[in-house]
Design a protein around this ligand. Sequence first.
Ligand code: PSU
Ligand code: MN
Length: 311
Amino acid sequence: MGALRIAAEIAQALEEKAPVVALESALITHGFAPPANLDIAQRMEAAVRAEGAIPATIAILAGKARIGLSEKELEQLAADRSARKVSLRDLPVLLAQGGNGGATVAATMHLAHRAGIRVFCTGGIGGVHRGHPEDASADLIALATTPIVTVCAGAKAILDLPRTLEVLETHGVPVIGYTTDEFPAFYSRRSGLGVDARVETPEQVAQIAQMRTTLGLSTALLVCVPVPEADHLPAEEAEAAIAQAIAEAEEKGIGGKAVTPFLLARMVELTSGRARQANEALLLNNARTAAHIARACCAHAWGLSNFKLTE
Ligand code: PSU
Ligand code: MN
């Protein structure tokens, strides 16, 4: 498989067309600090397994793109505080030059698709930054070009959500509300912004994914799942903290790829940990939902190219 190293369990599952869920690793290297990062990564893998799918955490270890990590490798990545944040442009560099990296949404989608995985789970996608429309995440480009079902709790609320949705529309990415009519705002269940369609079940996601494939479209499908009610941060409370965190970032001159990790970490401090609680809850909820969708996609025999449009 060239530059990819696929763990034996995952290679076998893909061969047997069993459900597999890709998991990102930037949240391990840049989202949470030790020991919480290892803990959430392990719990996400366990949540995927408990719902009947195989988890494939995707990261760069010693310059190799790895699809599925052993327990020990997951521990090593979580302990490496010098691991890079790897988006699309960083992938070829790190693979050529060596080193460890946490894969962002964009990099994970790309590697997962190359490995033949059809469902991917993250917390929240990157997008267009508030006040900096020139700073748009490569996540949006990956969503525009990579046919993989992406399960998230919306875009990270620190972003300019209306602009982020506009870019997704421009690139033809379907934005699906999973049991909601609203685009969720990561920490909060509501944003006041709409989605393209609402679904109630994993099977309905599988049907849309199959139609996308049948039509020959190569976009992702963005499945947006609101954070569980018990752990959500009311929108007004989140907004106050976001405004302050962004003002601090501007003042300190923090830009580029450092902005997202800075803002998310400040959100946790400014909300006395409630932002972290919401983040953990939505990650586990998304992992479970992604497993259900992966199972539905397998049952649906999604991806069969002989499925006819004209019936
Ligand atoms: N979680 C963090 N920090 C991050 C990310 C997650 O605490 O930087 C990653 C996500 O994986 C997301 C990416 O894909 O950041 C968006 O960053 P950028 O805007 O630089 O593309
Ligand atoms: Mn960014």
